[in-house]
Ligand binder design. Structure first.
Ligand SMILES: Cc1cc2nc3c(=O)[nH]c(=O)nc-3n(C[C@H](O)[C@H](O)[C@H](O)COP(=O)(O)OP(=O)(O)OC[C@H]3O[C@@H](n4cnc5c(N)ncnc54)[C@H](O)[C@@H]3O)c2cc1C
Length: 415
């Protein structure tokens, strides 16, 4: 079968790889000049089943409301005159009960664990390099109360088989001496020993090269404008460089998936949640971390990637702009300086902002669309790098008319 994958982010390229493994002929289309040039470009890099909590939680509505008055909230709501934003927000708020948050978190944790195992398989099969690092991730807290609450909350993930070890302040520093400078600010932490990290951009580009080696036709600098439907089936993607015919199509356009879907009257509840990242040279740090993690009070993620350190923060529900100003990074750089003695004024700093393709549940949509030969693998939100290889395997199974090797419960399209 000739399968056309729409989008060459981490989701599109991992999907292409699994389809090639199944023996399909594959074409991938993206408007970027390289794979992973949009949201998959400079994310936090954490492969983090230990952080699989749903963002829709009882705490979220209060944060969104406070964010209208203050700029220090983890989730920031920037209201716009946008029907898409208000519909999404209403659906997100409906997921914020304790029961919905727990149910979504359980499904997410199982998906992330499955997907991490698939990532490891792909790396073993292809041998690609991506500045990957094992050894766990450390989630640290600045107050004993927050640590206590986090340890209790982690029982939800532990019940899904994930190890989350509670560490005292001394144990945190012994686990990662790179946090020594912040010793006085740390009350303790949770170590997820099986969590990992790596550069999603490097991974995706290397896997794309591997896919081309396996015969994929990778069409970059190509804008997808519409899909032609005849007799209830998609027959071609209409693009800036011509028509691309295929037997099946997989939609992996991240935050832009709903725009193409809506031309076929398919409603996808995905809205961008903006985040910011800074990449610095590790040599500029006084105490570089040995493993990645999160400063939980500030929701500042940090991740060593080869000779670089990536820092990310912020979740802004406010539209499709990826613009950024120096002020957007001030707080995260100040926090990073407290922890690693770094960054402000350092040379070789790269600034970036990206749009997480969020669904209200925080779970992706991995399913058949209401059109028989159109498949959906999109809406991976804040964990698309972690989930990518698992969801790719699942959608390849669906395209091959098999039950997915991991259940897509909670990930079905509700149209
Ligand atoms: C700040 C930040 C930190 C994050 N940290 C983590 C993390 O630590 N761990 C984790 O697991 N995840 C993380 N994520 C989430 C992760 O980056 C995303 O879930 C993932 O990159 C989404 O991949 P995607 O392929 O769906 O989207 P994208 O990477 O955006 O790919 C979609 C592709 O579609 C193309 N496209 C769109 N429209 C068209 C069109 N009309 N024609 C042609 N091409 C088109 C785009 O060019 C793009 O290449 C983070 C995200 C952000 C923003």
């Amino acid at each position: 079968m000739h399968v056309v994958v729409l989008g060459a982010g981490v989701i599109g390229i991992t999907t292409a790889y699994q389809l090639l493994k199944d023996g399909h002929r594959v074409t991938v289309i993206d408007r970027g000049d390289v794979p992973a040039s949009f949201t998959s470009y400079a994310n936090a890099g954490l492969v983090a089943p230990g952080h699989a909590y749903a963002w829709g939680s009882p705490a979220a509505p209060g944060m969104m409301l406070r964010s209208l008055l203050r700029g220090d909230q983890a989730i920031r709501f920037k209201p716009r005159l946008s029907r898409r934003q208000w519909r999404w927000t209403r659906a997100f708020l409906a997921q914020c009960s304790a029961e919905r948050a727990a149910a979504n978190t359980r499904i997410k944790t199982r998906l992330c664990r499955y997907a991490q195992a698939e990532l490891e398989k792909v790396v073993a099969e292809t041998g690609i390099g991506y500045d990957g690092r094992g050894g766990g991730l450390l989630y640290f807290y600045r107050t004993p109360e927050r640590l206590e609450a986090a340890s209790a909350r982690a029982d939800l993930l532990r019940a899904e088989g994930l190890e989350l070890r509670r560490l005292s302040r001394d144990e945190v520093i012994a686990t990662d001496p790179g946090l020594a400078l912040a010793r006085g600010r740390i009350a303790g932490g949770l170590l997820a020993p099986s969590d990992a990290s790596g550069d999603a951009h490097l991974f995706t580009r290397a896997l794309a090269v591997h896919c081309v080696g396996l015969g994929a036709d990778l069409r970059l600098n190509t804008e997808i404008r519409s899909l032609t439907v005849k007799r209830g089936e998609v027959t071609a993607a209409e693009t800036s460089t011509g028509s691309v015919a295929g037997d099946a199509f997989v939609l992996c356009l991240g935050v832009y998936s709903p725009h193409l879907a809506e031309t076929l009257k398919i409603d996808l509840p995905i809205y961008p949640v903006k985040g910011y990242s800074v990449t610095v040279t590790a040599a500029d740090l006084d105490t570089p971390p040995a493993i990645g993690g999160v400063d939980e009070e500030n929701l500042l993620a940090y991740c060593p990637m080869g000779n670089r350190l990536r820092l990310t923060a912020t979740a802004e529900i406010g539209g499709y702009s990826t613009a950024h100003r120096p002020a957007d990074f001030r707080v995260m750089l100040a926090r990073a300086q407290e922890i690693f003695g770094c960054c402000l004024g350092a040379s070789g700093v790269t600034y970036w902002a990206g749009l997480r393709p969020m669904t209200p549940t925080g779970l992706p949509i991995v399913d058949r669309a209401p059109i028989a030969n159109l498949w959906l693998n999109t809406g991976h939100g804040h964990m698309g790098w972690t989930m990518s290889n698992g969801c790719a395997r699942m959608v390849a199974d669906l395209v091959g008319q098999r039950a997915p090797s991991h259940s897509n419960e909670g990930m079905r399209h509700e149209g």
